[in-house]
Design a protein around this ligand. Structure first.
Ligand code: MG
Length: 344
């Protein structure tokens, strides 16, 4: 069955696609699945891992949202995956590889979104970035310290997905994924988050449609669906247009995306009510970090793991970065706040 699927890839995928048979392979060689291609197998390993399930209780923008319709890190991941797969299929690139990278890209995200990332980065010797942690999750932490042993192309795509606040288009090979599928996920990530963070901010009442600058709506459109449609279509039309293959956007759409991202920073991520919650969340993680960094026994007693060769700092970061928002808040309560007496 796997051979048939690999032959089908030969027949239907673009010459620019990364075919499963071409993979640079796994870090530890193993016999391939008889039914699935290597990239299908990687996607399934990610989907079935515990870190993936924890994404449902990790913040996207709004902390531990009570409203059922706000995005979480899990629904963000699924939206990235859907956008990336649409583009990959339209361009006859490898949809399975694209999906595996997309589903794995944010596995290393901390609780409380970027507030968590920022506070760990300040505290940890050597700094912290969710991208490196995502790779550590799949390479080392999953399966009780055995790792998922993913293919080079999926690991590379996870490592190269982030743009931070930097330029979204780049031709720097040090920045870009080795495969076009990885480069699709890099752009699908920002297309997803500028769209759904705006949608969530409108839902929360932080913003009204009329406040979005006309220079952005003129290019991207007036509704959530329209904006995603514009960006996805633009990516499809502006990719594979040069020899050797490329993933791109038109200048006008790329500029509108950057403007929307910068505008969201000013009008959503940094507004006082959102920012105040970020401060509180930072305090929770800071206190947990300091407590466990000075108390190895407590780390192990509360579910942290000490892997051979790792410093205590690294083990504390692994523990804290892996927490969901509610796990961190509950643990903070148990450790630092007096518990009410119960009468039985
Ligand atoms: Mg992401």
């Amino acid at each position: 069955m796997r051979h048939q699927l690999e032959q089908r890839e030969q027949q239907i995928l673009s010459v620019h696609a990364c075919r499963s048979e071409q993979t640079a392979g796994r870090q530890i060689p193993e016999s391939p699945c008889p039914v699935r291609t290597m990239f299908q197998h990687d996607r399934d390993r990610i989907l079935h891992c515990k870190s993936f399930r924890r994404l449902k209780h990790k913040t996207q923008v709004f902390l531990s949202p009570e409203g059922d319709h706000y995005r979480t890190r899990l629904t963000h991941t699924l939206e990235v995956s859907q956008i990336a797969r649409t583009v990959a299929r339209a361009l006859a690139l490898n949809e399975d590889l694209t999906e595996a990278i997309a589903l794995g890209h944010d596995l290393g995200h901390t609780p409380f979104g970027h507030a968590g990332e920022r506070v760990l980065n300040e505290l940890v010797p050597g700094g912290f970035h969710h991208v490196r942690q995502s790779l550590r999750v799949v390479d080392v932490l999953e399966k009780e310290g055995a790792g998922l042993n993913l293919t080079f192309e999926v690991r590379d795509g996870i490592l190269k997905h982030s743009k931070g606040q930097g330029p979204i288009l780049s031709d720097d090979p040090a920045v870009l994924a080795a495969t076009l599928e990885g480069r699709i996920v890099r752009l699908a990530d920002i297309i997803a988050y500028v769209s759904h963070d705006l949608d969530d901010a409108l839902r929360a009442g932080f913003l009204r449609d009329s406040q979005i600058p006309v220079s952005i709506t003129d290019v991207l459109g007036d509704s959530h669906a329209c904006r995603i449609g514009t960006m996805v279509t633009d990516m499809i039309e502006n990719s594979l247009v040069v020899e050797g293959g490329t993933i791109g956007l038109s200048e006008s759409v790329a500029e509108a995306i950057v403007n929307l991202r910068d505008w969201l920073f000013r009008h959503v991520y940094q507004v006082r009510t959102v920012h105040d919650d970020f401060e509180k969340a930072s305090r929770v993680l800071r206190e947990l970090y300091v407590f466990f960094a000075e108390n190895e026994k407590a780390l192990v007693a509360h579910g942290g793991r000490r892997l051979a060769g790792d410093s205590l700092d690294v083990s504390v970061v692994d523990f804290i970065a892996g927490m969901t928002d509610r796990y961190a808040i509950n643990l903070y309560h148990r450790l630092f706040l007096p518990q009410p007496w119960k009468i039985f």
